[in-house]
Write a protein that binds this ligand. Structure first.
Ligand SMILES: Nc1ncnc2c1ncn2[C@@H]1O[C@H](COP(=O)(O)OP(=O)(O)OP(=O)(O)O)[C@@H](O)[C@H]1O
Ligand SMILES: [Mg+2]
Length: 444
């Protein structure tokens, strides 16, 4: 069953319009039919009065040569009562004992409406008309009164549908706004320009949004505080593990100590990523005036070069040649934000590209934005995973690499805040390998 309010309103309003039209049409038809009959009775009476006033004489004459009435208007006959009319094959023989006034009589299987009048001359005449003919005339007239209903009803139905649609427009607009806020921070819905019936509902939704935002914020603060509190003991643990590793021990103990250091290192990374994630989510500051992309890329290259080297990756900046062509690229972001985005992307590229591969960073001007690309020669991300990898803690299984699954969520959150778009493609589309991340940021 369709539960759409708009549909139900249209349906019941249409039913009401059709019902009213049927009742009004029937009433109009019956009234018009009755009036047409009364009018024809009047004609019969008028004919009798005229015949009396003009002392009409009655000869026996058929209506026309064929013995039928020439036209429907001529089907009123007048004849004296009780006089034989053997040559008249059209009008019926009327019995002489009919009383004065209107009456319906049945003659030779036909019904007639008769008005009998005794003239001043003493002659009794009957003015008559066949009932079927009268009904046909009355029906034609009555049917014509239905015409306005037949024309107006569909117009009214269309109008009602259109008006309902227009009235529901604010609701569709709200639904669209809610839909578009999906994935972003939920902002309050506009409370102006709304019908009185909908405003309380929107106000209630906005209050709910505020409560949800507050509770999410409390949870985020809790996670941030927890991560922050974990940092100090983890640093101490890490230092103790370092010291333990330097002391004399058996090779098995040495191996176990190394595993312990690795575990602590991964936990520290997770805590750091968690802290960055909560900070990025809660960041409400204004977009910074700008940062120069080329400088950030060069600094990043210097910072991550040792990591790339130990992983056997050839890390390069501007190998596509674009960076040389655009020496002064400024984007609307803070240095920390741009750095966090680029570090996460380049770390991913280094981690997930097998030894001997290449990672290239590039940037160029593109209209009103700056296009930054990070591409690698690794396995890339399959099409079906490209939406999900932005979810927090989502990791593709089987990469064999440690990680918290927060890197791309952090990148996406920063991009959303900066009004930047992010896109994942295969670096080599033909072979479907390598990941190319393209970020389009507004120029500052
Ligand atoms: N350059 C890449 N090549 C292939 N797969 C990638 C690449 N970058 C990311 N991925 C896949 O996307 C997943 C999500 O990446 P993301 O950076 O969010 O998390 P992570 O790297 O696992 O952890 P973190 O970055 O928080 O340490 C990764 O687990 C990985 O499978
Ligand atoms: Mg990562």
């Amino acid at each position: 069953m369709n539960v759409s309010l708009q549909f139900r309103l249209s349906f019941w309003l249409s039913c009401a319009i059709v019902a009213v039209a049927v009742v009004a049409g029937t009433f109009s038809f019956v009234t018009a039919f009755g009036e047409a009959n009364e009018l024809q009775d009047d004609i019969l009476r008028q004919v009798a009065i005229l015949a009396d006033r003009h002392h009409a004489t009655f000869t026996e004459e058929p209506a026309n040569a064929e013995g039928s009435f020439p036209s429907i208007e001529n089907r009123v006959f007048i004849k004296p009562l009780g006089r034989a009319t053997p040559h008249d094959r059209v009008t019926p023989e009327l019995p002489s004992q009919l009383s004065d006034g209107f009456q319906d009589i049945q003659l030779h299987d036909r019904s007639y409406r008769i008005y009998v009048k005794t003239l001043k001359s003493g002659t009794r005449v009957a003015v008559g008309q066949e009932v079927a003919v009268r009904d046909e005339i009355a029906r034609d007239g009555a049917l014509r009164t239905l015409l306005p209903f037949l024309i107006l009803m569909p117009i009214l139905l269309l109008l009602a549908r259109d008006i309902i649609k227009k009235m529901f427009r604010p609701l569709s607009r709200l639904a669209k706004e809610l839909d578009e806020s999906k994935g972003r921070t939920v902002s309050a819905l506009p409370e102006t320009d709304l019908p009185e019936e909908i405003r309380p509902f929107v106000v209630a939704i906005n209050r709910l949004f505020a409560r949800v935002a507050e509770s999410v914020s409390v949870q985020r603060r809790f996670i941030a505080d927890a991560a922050h509190e974990l940092r100090t003991p983890l640093t101490a643990l890490s230092l103790q593990a370092e010291r333990l590793n330097e002391s004399e021990m058996s090779s098995i103990a040495h191996k176990r100590s190394n595993d312990l250091r690795g575990g602590i290192q991964r936990t520290r990374h997770l805590v750091d990523q968690l802290l960055t994630y909560t900070r990025v989510q809660d960041y409400k500051g204004v977009v910074e005036p700008g940062v120069m992309v080329n400088t950030s890329l060069q600094t990043l290259l210097e910072d991550l070069f040792p990591l790339a080297q130990s992983a056997g990756i050839d890390l390069g900046v501007g190998q596509g040649g674009d960076l040389d062509a655009y020496p002064d690229l400024w984007v609307s972001a803070s240095e920390t934000e741009l750095n966090t985005v680029l570090t996460n992307l380049v770390m991913n590229a280094i981690h997930y590209t097998p030894r001997g591969g290449e990672v290239d960073l590039d940037a160029r001007e593109d209209g009103t934005s700056v296009l930054i690309t990070v591409s690698d020669t690794g396995p890339g991300i399959p099409l079906e995973e490209r939406e999900r990898v932005f979810d927090p803690f989502y990791r593709i299984l089987g990469t064999g690499q440690p990680g918290s699954g927060l890197g791309l969520s952090i990148v996406k959150s920063i991009c959303d805040r900066l009004n930047a778009s992010i896109r994942l493609d295969y670096a080599n589309a033909q072979r479907e390998t390598g990941l190319m991340v393209s970020i389009r940021m507004p120029k500052s």
